[in-house]
Write a protein that binds this ligand. Structure first.
Ligand SMILES: [Zn+2]
Length: 209
């Protein structure tokens, strides 16, 4: 905890001073351009890897960057509430679903039927939302090596979550009328590289401007 407390003090005297104009401009509201849906993994830091400032990214993070299919319900839906607010109130221009290498959630998904979920039953239920990606992987081939299967499930999971986004009526409407862009990104932790999903080719391609 001491590290965090020292960080707060240093933030105030260093970064906050550096970006004081940005913080001042944001005091009355936000106008983020992008809803960033990423994994809760501590190694994925959306603002760092995109060099974004406060006010730019509206964040939704959960285990394995999953988007549950749209449902009408009176239950407490955190994920759906974030998406609804970002799209219908903040009017974001972009939604990014960002998966990553060495994802623990995707690894558990890959081994779903033999993984020990005994102490993480909520996680088991949550990851069941990713099973369509596992089915896709098995349909392609079951003969790949484990490292290959790992990055394949991580990438297939991103594609499935993009499909799930389009089950939200207001997203489908804005996407089809070109008021909203949807991207799938794959971040490789140890290389700092991000690959963008090309829906025409079906491949993730490196982002190099
Ligand atoms: Zn992850």
């Amino acid at each position: 905890m001491e590290k965090l407390l020292n960080g707060i003090v240093k933030f105030r005297s260093e970064e906050f001073e550096k970006y004081s104009d940005v913080f001042e401009s944001l005091k009355n509201g936000q106008n983020p351009h992008t809803l960033f849906i990423g994994c809760s993994d501590s190694r994925v830091v959306p603002t760092l890897i995109t060099r974004s400032l406060p006010g730019e990214l509206f964040l939704l993070r959960n285990i394995a960057n999953i988007v549950p299919p749209f449902r009408q319900s009176d239950e407490y839906f955190s994920t759906q509430a974030v998406i609804e607010y970002a799209v219908n109130i903040l009017n974001v221009e972009n939604i990014v679903v960002c998966g990553h290498s060495n994802c623990g959630g995707c690894n558990a998904l890959l081994n779903y039927h033999k993984f020990d979920f005994s102490r993480i039953k909520t996680v088991k239920k949550w990851l069941s939302l990713g099973l369509p990606a596992l089915d896709k992987l098995k349909a392609i081939s079951d003969n790949y090596s484990m490292p290959v299967k790992e990055w394949m499930i991580e990438q297939l999971n991103i594609i499935e979550q993009i499909k799930n986004l389009l089950t939200y009526p207001y997203i489908a409407e804005k996407y089809s009328s070109k008021k909203l862009n949807i991207y799938g990104w794959y971040y490789i932790i140890e290389k700092g590289e991000i690959f963008n999903y090309n829906k025409e080719t079906g491949y993730f391609e490196p982002i190099n401007m």
